[in-house]
Design a protein around this ligand. Structure first.
Ligand SMILES: Cc1ncc(COP(=O)(O)O)c(C=O)c1O
Length: 309
């Protein structure tokens, strides 16, 4: 665009115009399962940051949207991806074209499920790919072919789950908001991007605890790699407890469902089931094992909210 002889790009996007609630609220809740071990439970309500860019989606996506500088944004996800929905909503709010590459070409001919229907209603162009292509999507040749097939070669690409160096640096603010208020900060992990940034933002003497919701034991290496990409090396004191994935992503048990419903009842918190329920369940079990010294201020990050179609 030429303006008074100067070459200018698209108007810069101002995240403050979306009026996020930042820092997100920190709420202490009274819960006997923690209190009897002398542990104070605090809920870090990242689910209240923004009604459409919920929780870690705000922290990871907004810096990427700034980096996209007005280019169409293309990203990847499964048929029920929170990340695809958030990207589509961001596109609607900011007037940015978005493309969602969806795992499973068998879905192409069928009516959209409520999650993908929401993406489409928000203006996201959906491009379905077969599972083997989807698995190879980070390979440069496959990625180039997918972008070509989706007619999006000029797009700014955000990886599946939204975790890249820009996103990880965006999540540092979560740690900075908590460093004066909590001794241990716990959160559920998928790719490890939020944990990688959070740990970097917490101060000395503070500890981050990740509860992976996927099975496989790959997350420590993935989190280290993300910290190296974002900061040049390891940052902060963090660890994982791999015991609370309940069989893997989106897997659940009657006991977990009952736990989540009971937590909602006790505390009036809508409990997102894929990540947040597993985190809270894990924390109750850990408190019972005596994992937190008496007097610990334990913050649980509410990284999402249930999807209501
Ligand atoms: C609600 C919720 N919590 C936690 C996570 C995990 O975040 P990360 O992939 O950064 O580990 C996700 C996925 O992005 C999520 O949707």
């Amino acid at each position: 665009m030429f303006d008074n002889g100067l070459v200018t790009g698209p108007a810069p996007f101002d995240p403050a115009a979306l009026r996020p609630r930042l820092p997100s609220p920190l709420q202490e809740v009274s819960d006997d399962r923690f209190a009897r071990h002398g542990v104070r439970l605090l809920l870090k309500r990242d689910d209240l940051i923004h009604p459409d860019l919920i929780g870690n989606k705000w922290r990871k996506l907004v810096p990427n949207l700034e980096a996209a500088a007005g280019r169409p944004v293309l990203t990847f996800g499964g048929a029920y991806s929170n990340h695809l929905r958030a990207t589509a909503a961001a596109g609607r709010l900011l007037g940015l074209p978005t493309v969602g590459v969806v795992r499973g070409d068998e879905l192409a001919g069928r009516p959209l499920n409520p999650s993908l229907a929401r993406c489409a209603a928000d203006g996201m162009r959906l491009h379905f790919v077969d599972r083997s292509t989807y698995r190879r999507k980070t390979h440069p040749d496959t990625r180039a072919a997918v972008l070509r097939a989706a007619d999006a070669e000029d797009a700014y690409v955000v990886p599946e789950g939204g975790s890249n160096a820009v996103a990880v640096r965006g999540c540092r603010a979560l740690g900075e908001e908590l460093r004066d208020h909590a001794d241990v900060v716990a959160l559920a992990c998928g790719t490890g991007g939020t944990l990688a940034g959070l740990a970097a933002g917490l101060g000395p003497g503070r500890r981050a605890l990740g509860i992976p919701v996927l099975k496989g034991g790959f997350l420590a290496a993935a989190t280290r790699a993300l910290q190296t990409e974002a900061f040049g090396g390891p940052r902060g004191d963090w660890q994982l407890d791999e015991r609370f994935h309940f069989g893997g992503y989106a897997r659940t048990t009657p006991a977990l469902d009952a736990f989540a419903a009971d937590f909602e009842e006790r505390h009036g918190l809508p409990v997102e089931r894929l990540y947040v329920a597993k985190l809270l369940y894990g924390l109750v079990a850990l408190a019972d094992e005596g994992a937190f010294p008496r007097g610990t201020r334990l913050a649980a990050v509410v990284t999402g909210a249930p999807f209501v179609s």
